[in-house]
Design a protein around this ligand. Sequence first.
Ligand code: AMP
Ligand code: MG
Length: 423
Amino acid sequence: MLIPVDQTAGCGSAESSEGIRSVSQARQDILAAIRPVTATEKLALRAALDRVLAEAITSPVDVPGHTNSAMDGYAVASSQLAADGTTTLSVIGTAYAGRPLATQPGAGECIRIMTGAPMPPGTDTVIMQEQVTLLDEQRITIGTGHCPGQNVRQAGEDIPRGSQVLASGHTLRAADLGLLASLGIAEINVRRRPRVAFFSTGDELRSIGETLGEGDIYDSNRYSLYGMLRRLNMDIIDMGVVRDDPVALREAFRDATRQADVVVTSGGVSVGEADYIKPVLDEIGEINFWKIAMKPGRPLTFGNLGDTLFFGLPGNPVAVMVSFYQFVQPALQYLASGRQDPPLCFNARCTEPLRKRPGRTEYLRGILEPDQAGDWQVRIAGRQGSGILSSMSRANCFIVLAEDDGDVHPGDPVRVQPFAGLI
Ligand code: AMP
Ligand code: MG
């Protein structure tokens, strides 16, 4: 499924003279190394929520299936309506949704009709009940100003039979399940979900429930990774914590690559530690150790271990999430669907001054909220150290300051990237 990483990618060809790679360059190189999943499976409609369509869906029927009334009122033949002055008609029956009336009204006649009822033969127009005068039980009077065809939904006006309703590669949302149900489709072919194995590396890491020794910390990255991978609806394999030990690491990587399409690890790739993990990775794959012109998340390890794609994310809890959002998320989306949708980004007014060093992309944790006029404004969610997860938890967006950007002054527009369901 995966093709080998372009070997030129890690050799300086696309890097600046300092060996630093931009976020967009790294993202492009990653996407270029991925071949989307092609295997499919057939699922019942409900089970296909959040799954990727493996085929285009064309409608086997017209929607609506029959021409019907959009209002409660009276079905008439428009030829019966006087061009000027009023028209008086006799009501000869009632058509209900689910109980059509096959009677064709003659001259001077009409049919009482309810919303959703098929139009009786010979009728083409519905007069809303609020717009008629009841003369007695059987007769109504209609004024002027009505248009032929009004208040009628034509068969196939939403979806004509044979037309494409959803493209292959589309991720099914709630409206799509409803749409497919409206076509009477019970089962659909979807792509297999990518299988993603992940583990944390570090001798200081303990799992929840274990006793913390001197200098130990709880492993939090595996939980944020779990959350983000679940949100992407990946098939996940949690491999726990692996110690900073070449034998244990080698065994973990071999185990992960046997089972998964993608392996994501955190920790062990920052300066100094990379020396440690590098020999293990070089033995089993082709791996690039990149420095990305970004903050947080400067070190990023990416490549392939045989047929398995590998992301080595930094260890700091916020850096791991920022790197995931900027690199792993688009990669997994492409792997799962073959699509490269741009992230949701827009401008908001920044209410605070921000210091920004040109030459790198900075991702600040922000709180996006409407101002009094209902326009979006953004402020900082708290301290921005790459280990400070509490401000990440408070934030609902990244403030993205581009490589060339300098300091931001209060009132300036800034680019924001809402977490949009992922975090
Ligand atoms: P490293 O990239 O392994 O040098 O880790 C950088 C920092 O992140 C260190 O302070 C680590 O203790 C911390 N860290 C690494 N992995 C985790 C993890 N899974 N959970 C919480 N903190 C971590
Ligand atoms: Mg470490």
